[in-house]
Each structure stands twice: as structure tokens, then as C-alpha cells.
Design a protein. Structure first.
Length: 171
């Protein structure tokens, strides 16, 4: 928890202009409060819509809301598909921000459009809908791993990423 104005000012300096989700509204309220209670004059920004692979934002988002796994996919009962083992990145995110009511769809579409995949939905509990992103294609994982080699993960997911053998895809 950061409560000092100097600490909050440092955080603002580090991430201002890079936020992409509806949480930017709460961040901009913090900026207004800091500007009113100190000698700062920070600018508030709209969500960043720059290409998703141009900075470390996606890496941080994966650290917060992503997971890596090994998935065993089997042929369907009608014989479609094939049995295979696949590495997978999965990101699951609520559909709306509870404080603002704004949708997470625009930022998640930026991610899916970048990787050429579909944004899907899933339901948990009763009527709790979430957006779901899953990257399983070796070609698309190679793009992700190249990105993560430049903008590294900082949580234990760094090791999960390496444990999956994802270095193979980056060759």
C-alpha cells in the first residue's frame, strides 16, 4: 500500500499514459486528488491504444490475470480434430469494471487482434460472465514468447512460462 504523496507521485510518473483498462478512471481520480493536494500538475490520459506489443503493459497484465498451462486436447466424439498436447496462455477477465460499468472488451480485442485469435466468453457461478483469451497455436505462442523475452514477467509466472518449454517456440 502506497499512501505518501511522494510514493503516489512516483507511481504516477511510472505508469501514467500506459493504462488501457477501465481502471484508468480510478487512476485519473488519483491524479486529480494529487494535483489538488500537492504542487504537481499531472496530465490525465485516455486509455492507451498503441500496438499491444510496443511496451510492457501486456506482460504486466499477464502477470496479474494470465496463466500458463499444459492442455491435452483430444479428438471429438465425431472424430474431428486430433489428440495433442499444447502449451497454453489463458487470460480471463470480467466483462465490466464494477466501479465504472465500462467494458473490458476494447482492450481484450486489442490483444486478440494482435494474435489473430477469437475473444470468447465463459460463465462462472450464476450469471457471472467473463471474457476469455487462449493462445495455443505454436506460431502465435512464438510471437508471445518473443514479446515476453523483451518484456519479461516478474511474478512466479516467469518460471511457469519457462517451465512450459516455451523457449522452443521462440527459436
Amino acid at each position: 500500500m502506497i499512501t505518501s504523496i511522494s510514493g503516489l507521485t512516483r507511481v504516477i510518473n511510472l505508469i501514467n499514459g500506459y493504462l488501457r483498462t477501465p481502471k484508468i478512471d480510478q487512476f485519473n481520480k488519483l491524479i486529480s486528488w494529487i494535483n489538488n493536494n500537492s504542487n504537481n500538475n499531472f496530465i490525465t490520459y485516455e486509455p492507451d491504444t498503441s500496438p499491444i506489443l510496443n511496451n510492457g503493459w501486456l506482460s504486466g497484465f499477464i502477470d496479474a490475470d494470465g496463466s500458463f498451462s499444459i492442455h491435452i486436447r483430444k479428438k471429438t466424439m465425431d472424430g474431428k480434430g486430433k489428440n495433442r498436447v499444447e502449451a497454453r496462455l489463458r487470460i480471463e477477465q470480467r466483462q465490466e469494471d464494477p466501479k465504472t460499468g465500462k467494458s473490458y472488451e476494447p482492450v481484450l480485442k486489442l490483444i486478440t487482434d494482435t494474435f489473430g485469435i477469437q475473444l470468447t466468453t465463459t460463465t462462472h457461478n450464476i450469471n457471472s460472465s467473463y471474457y476469455l483469451i487462449a493462445i495455443t497455436s505454436p506460431t502465435k505462442l512464438a510471437i508471445l514468447i518473443k514479446y515476453l523475452n523483451e518484456y519479461t514477467l516478474f511474478s512466479s509466472k516467469f518460471l511457469n512460462n519457462k517451465d512450459l518449454g516455451c523457449r522452443y517456440y521462440a527459436k
